[in-house]
Write a new protein. Structure first.
Length: 161
C-alpha cells in the first residue's frame, strides 16, 4: 500500500471533490463527525490554526483528519501541542489499514507543519475502546484525565514528538 498524508491545500480540484465524498459508518459519526463538519472547521475561517490532511492511496483520498493550533487549540490542550480532530476513514475503504497509515504518518507531518510543537494530543470518548487501543498501539499515552465531553466522558491522550 502506497499511502501518503497530504495537506488539504495541496490537493487538486478532483481530490477535493473526493474528500467531500468521504463517508463514515453511522455508528462512527458520534465519534468523528462527518466530512462536512470537518471541512467547515477547516474552510470557514482559513488561517494558521487549523490544517487539514487527506490520506492518499494511489492519489485518491481515502481518509481525512484535522490538526489544530492556536487560536483554534481547544482549552484542554497544552499550548505546545497540536491536537488531532475528525479522523475519518471512508467506509468503503475501512479495514485496509488506512487509519493506521494516518497515525503512522501523522508525527512527521505534524512536525513539518508546526515545527514549534513538542507533542500531539487528542480527546477520545472513554467508551471508544477500539480507538483508545489503536492510539495506544502507536505510542499515544492516556494522561489519566477524564472530562465530560459532548456525548459522554472523554479521555485525553498525548504523543511526545
Amino acid at each position: 500500500m502506497k499511502a501518503r498524508l497530504q495537506p488539504y491545500e495541496s490537493l487538486n480540484a478532483l481530490q477535493r471533490q473526493q474528500v467531500e465524498a468521504i463517508e463514515v459508518h453511522k455508528a462512527q459519526l458520534k465519534f468523528s463527525g462527518d466530512i462536512h463538519g470537518a471541512l467547515h472547521s477547516l474552510l470557514s475561517r482559513p488561517g494558521p490554526g487549523v490544517k487539514g490532511f487527506a490520506l492518499l492511496v494511489e492519489d485518491i483520498p481515502v481518509a481525512f483528519l484535522l490538526l489544530k493550533r492556536p487560536p483554534a487549540l481547544p482549552a484542554w490542550a497544552d499550548e505546545h501541542s497540536a491536537t488531532l480532530h475528525a479522523l475519518q476513514v471512508d467506509q468503503r475503504a475501512q479495514g485496509k489499514g488506512y487509519g493506521k497509515a494516518c497515525l503512522q504518518a501523522l508525527p512527521e507531518q505534524a512536525r513539518q507543519t508546526f515545527p514549534e510543537i513538542s507533542a500531539l494530543e487528542l480527546s477520545v470518548d472513554a467508551d471508544n475502546e477500539a480507538a483508545i487501543a489503536l492510539y495506544a498501539s502507536f505510542g499515544w499515552v492516556d494522561r489519566g484525565e477524564a472530562y465530560k465531553g459532548r456525548i459522554g466522558y472523554e479521555r485525553r491522550m498525548s504523543l511526545t514528538l
